[in-house]
Design a protein around this ligand. Structure first.
Ligand code: NAD
Ligand code: DAU
Length: 349
C-alpha cells in the first residue's frame, strides 16, 4: 500500500481516518483524498494537512461518478489501494430525495470498481466502508453477524446494500482483492450537525428544542469515530481478502437515553444561562418512516481474528465529543451558517 486513494475524505469519518493515518498509524505512503465537497464535505476538517504533509497528502475535488476525473486520479497518482468512504450518508435526506443516493452510492462505487478492475495488476486492496443498516432492523434480542441476510429499510441503506453486493461480486467474478466493513453509528469530532448527537448537542447549547423521533425507544450501537478508523486500518492491513467484518461499539442505547445523557453532561460542563435542565428542551416528534427499531453488532470476528476492540466507552467518548464541539466554536458557526460552502466556492470553482 503506497498510494492510497481515500474517497470522501472531507466528510466526518473520512477526515478522522486521514488524520488517524497521518498522525497515529504506521502508514508511510501517500494519501490522495478525492471529495466532491457536497454539503457534508468540509475542507476545514483537514485544515493545515496539505501544508504539513507536502508530498504525502494530496486533495482532488472530484466526483466518484465521473469516470474521466477518477481515471485521471488512478493514473496520475498510481493508485494501488482504495479506501472508499464517499457516500450520501443521511437516512432522512434519502427519504426526502433518494436520487443522489442511487447515483453516488451505487453508480459511484461501480465506477471505482471498474477503475480498480482496469488497474488490477497494481491494485492490492479495495476496502469498502459500509453500514450495519444493510441488515435492516433487529427485534428486542439478537445481534447482526456477517451472515445476517441483507434487509435494508431506507433508500440510503438499500443503496449501501447494493454497493456492498457489487464490491463482493467484483471479488468473486474478477478476483479483485477486497474487504468490506459494516459499522454501527459513529459519533465524535467533525460530524455534520444533521446526525443525532451533534444536532442535539448544538440545539441544546442554543436552547432550541431537541426533536426525538417517535417514543425515543429506538436503539443504536454507538462507536467513537477514532475506534472506527482504527478498525478500518486493521482490516486493511490484516483482514482476509474477500471478507466482510462487522464493527460495533458494544454500546446499545435507546435514543432517549442518549439525549438525556447529552443534556446531563452539558448541564454539568456548561450550565444553561437560565440554570434549568436541558432535558426540558426534549420534544417528541413524528417518527421517521421505515424507522429501524434496533441495531446491535456482533463484532467477534474482528475481535478474535484481528484483535480489534473499541478503546472508548460512551462515557469517555461523549465527553471528548462535547468538549470538542464547545472548543471549536469557529468550526461550528461556519458549518451552521454555511460559511464554509462559500469558502469552497472561492477555492475550487
Ligand atoms: P459524511 O456525509 O459526513 O461524508 C461523506 C463525504 O463524501 C463528504 O465529504 C462528501 O462531500 C463526499 N461525497 C459525497 N458524494 C460524493 C461524490 N459523488 N464524489 C466524491 N465525494 C462525495 O459521511 P460519513 O458519516 O463520514 O460516512 C462515511 C462513510 O461511512 C459512508 O460510506 C457511510 O455510509 C459509512 N458509515 C457511516 C456511519 C456513521 O455513523 N456516520 C456508520 C457506518 C458507516
Ligand atoms: O448505523 C449506521 C448509520 O448510522 C450510518 O450508516 C448512517 O450513515 C448514519 O447517518 C447513522 O444512521 P442513523 O439513521 O442511525 O443516524 P441518525 O443520527 O440520523 O439517527 C440516529 C437515531 O436517532 C435514529 O434512530 C433516528 C433518531 N433521530 C435522529 C435525528 C436526526 C431522532 O430521534 N431525532 C433526530 O432529529
Amino acid at each position: 500500500m503506497k498510494n492510497l486513494l481515500v474517497t470522501g475524505g472531507c466528510g466526518f469519518i473520512g477526515a478522522n481516518f486521514i488524520r488517524y493515518l497521518l498522525f497515529d498509524s504506521n502508514f508511510s505512503g501517500r494519501v490522495i483524498n478525492v471529495d466532491k465537497l457536497t454539503y457534508a464535505g468540509n475542507p476545514e476538517n483537514l485544515e493545515g494537512i496539505e501544508e504539513k504533509y507536502t508530498g504525502r497528502y494530496y486533495f482532488v475535488k472530484g466526483d466518484i461518478c465521473d469516470a474521466e476525473t477518477m481515471g485521471g486520479v488512478f493514473k496520475k497518482y498510481e493508485i494501488d489501494t482504495i479506501c472508499h468512504f464517499a457516500a450520501e450518508s443521511h437516512v432522512d435526506r434519502s427519504i426526502l430525495k433518494p436520487d443522489t443516493f442511487i447515483k453516488t452510492n451505487i453508480e459511484g462505487t461501480f465506477n471505482l470498481l471498474e477503475l480498480a478492475r482496469f488497474h488490477k495488476d497494481r491494485v492490492v486492496l479495495f476496502h469498502h466502508v459500509s453500514t450495519d443498516e444493510v441488515f435492516g432492523s433487529l427485534g428486542q434480542d439478537g445481534y447482526f453477524t456477517e451472515e445476517t441476510p441483507y434487509d435494508p429499510s431506507s433508500p440510503y441503506s438499500a443503496s449501501k446494500a447494493a454497493s456492498d453486493h457489487l464490491v463482493r461480486a467484483y471479488s468473486r467474478t474478477y478476483g479483485l482483492p477486497i474487504t468490506i466493513s459494516n459499522c454501527s453509528n459513529n459519533y465524535g469530532p467533525y460530524q455534520f450537525p444533521e446526525k443525532l448527537i451533534p444536532l442535539m448537542l448544538l440545539n441544546a447549547l442554543d436552547g432550541k428544542p431537541l426533536p426525538v423521533y417517535g417514543d425515543g425507544k429506538n436503539v443504536r450501537d454507538w462507536l467513537y469515530v477514532k475506534d472506527h478508523c482504527k478498525a478500518v486500518w486493521v482490516i486493511m492491513k490484516k483482514g482476509k481478502r474477500g471478507q466482510t467484518y462487522n464493527i460495533g461499539g458494544n454500546c446499545e442505547m435507546y435514543n432517549i437515553d442518549v439525549v438525556n445523557k447529552l443534556c446531563d453532561v452539558l448541564d454539568a460542563i456548561k450550565p444553561s444561562e437560565s440554570g434549568g435542565s436541558r432535558r426540558d428542551l426534549i420534544t417528541f416528534v413524528k417518527d421517521r418512516p421505515g424507522h429501524d427499531l434496533r441495531y446491535a453488532m456482533d463484532f467477534s470476528k474482528l475481535e478474535n481474528e484481528l484483535g480489534w476492540r473499541p478503546d472508548e466507552s460512551f462515557e469517555t467518548g461523549i465527553e471528548k465529543t462535547i468538549k470538542w464541539y464547545i472548543d471549536n466554536k469557529g468550526w461550528v458557526e461556519r458549518v451552521k451558517s454555511g460559511e464554509y460552502l462559500k469558502w469552497i466556492d472561492q477555492q475550487y470553482e
